[in-house]
Design a binder for this molecule. Structure first.
Ligand SMILES: NC(=O)c1ccc[n+]([C@@H]2O[C@H](COP(=O)([O-])OP(=O)(O)OC[C@H]3O[C@@H](n4cnc5c(N)ncnc54)[C@H](OP(=O)(O)O)[C@@H]3O)[C@@H](O)[C@H]2O)c1
Length: 221
């Protein structure tokens, strides 16, 4: 019998790419997406669960034995405050992981970001670091943490800062070799593929993939 996948963040840049891959992957018999608004998408393998992320409670049948993927995230500008940002980038991913651990999920695979560190001087990186630290404390059989650098891909919303850095990085692409490789912008599709491959590896314990490791994992597949 095939496995179940549960995805939170299916409407985002990485999440959308991942959803397409999960639906196309024969190892997954059923794909659940947790969304705050209906996407209107239909597919024979897809079950959309419209949820209130402040009261998240997917039950045992959904999470038991599942591979759980989290691509949730926001920006402080979009969220409107540090508190709201903290909710989306810390509280929701952590709550989902607690439920996953409590209800027998196999793997929890999450995208955080390059530079995630509880001691970072940057609020964004600190929150990502706190999320990782909390997830490490949970009794998850397998935890994969992917830390991409700047994501590239077609986004509906225009983010000037990200696009400016992307253009500069493209012009300076020869710089991103050797130890600087992890700073190279990475396509959201590659990150999505990396998440799928990380789950397929089925490793026990915690595995961290820096941006260059994600690219390697996908290149080698
Ligand atoms: N952008 C970058 O260059 C970059 C670099 C490194 C790491 N990352 C991290 O990678 C992850 C994925 O990034 P992305 O660019 O794919 O994100 P994205 O396109 O902004 O998508 C974010 C997802 O989170 C959901 N979300 C946002 N606010 C929410 C809320 N209040 N309640 C419930 N769901 C909410 C969105 O759902 P709705 O459609 O309902 O809003 C969407 O599905 C994030 O954690 C991000 O921090 C990003």
């Amino acid at each position: 019998m095939g496995k179940q996948a549960v995805l939170a963040g299916a409407t985002g840049l990485v999440g959308k790419a991942l959803l397409g891959k999960l639906l196309a992957d024969d190892q997954y018999e059923r794909v659940y997406i947790l969304v705050r608004k209906s996407t209107g998408r239909s597919h024979p393998k897809l079950t959309e669960m419209v949820v209130d992320f402040d009261r998240l409670e997917p039950d045992r049948p959904v999470l038991e034995g599942a591979d759980v993927f989290c691509t949730l995230g926001t920006t402080i500008k979009k969220a409107g405050s540090r508190e709201q940002f903290h909710k989306v980038d810390f509280a929701y991913p952590v709550k989902l992981a607690e439920l996953a651990a409590a209800h027998g999920a196999e793997q929890y695979v999450i995208v955080t970001a390059m530079g995630s560190d509880t001691r970072s001087m940057f609020f964004y990186s600190r929150v990502k670091g706190e999320t990782e630290a909390r997830l490490r404390q949970l009794a998850l059989p397998g935890l994969s943490i992917l830390r991409p650098s700047l994501l590239t891909g077609e986004r509906e919303e225009f983010r000037f800062g990200e696009r400016a850095v992307e253009a500069a990085a493209r012009a300076l692409s020869f710089v991103f070799t050797g130890p600087l490789r992890k700073y190279k912008p990475i396509p959201a599709d590659t990150v999505a593929e990396g998440m799928l491959l990380a789950a397929r590896r089925g490793r026990r314990g915690v595995t961290v993939y820096e941006s260059g490791d994600i690219a390697d994992l996908v290149d080698r597949a």
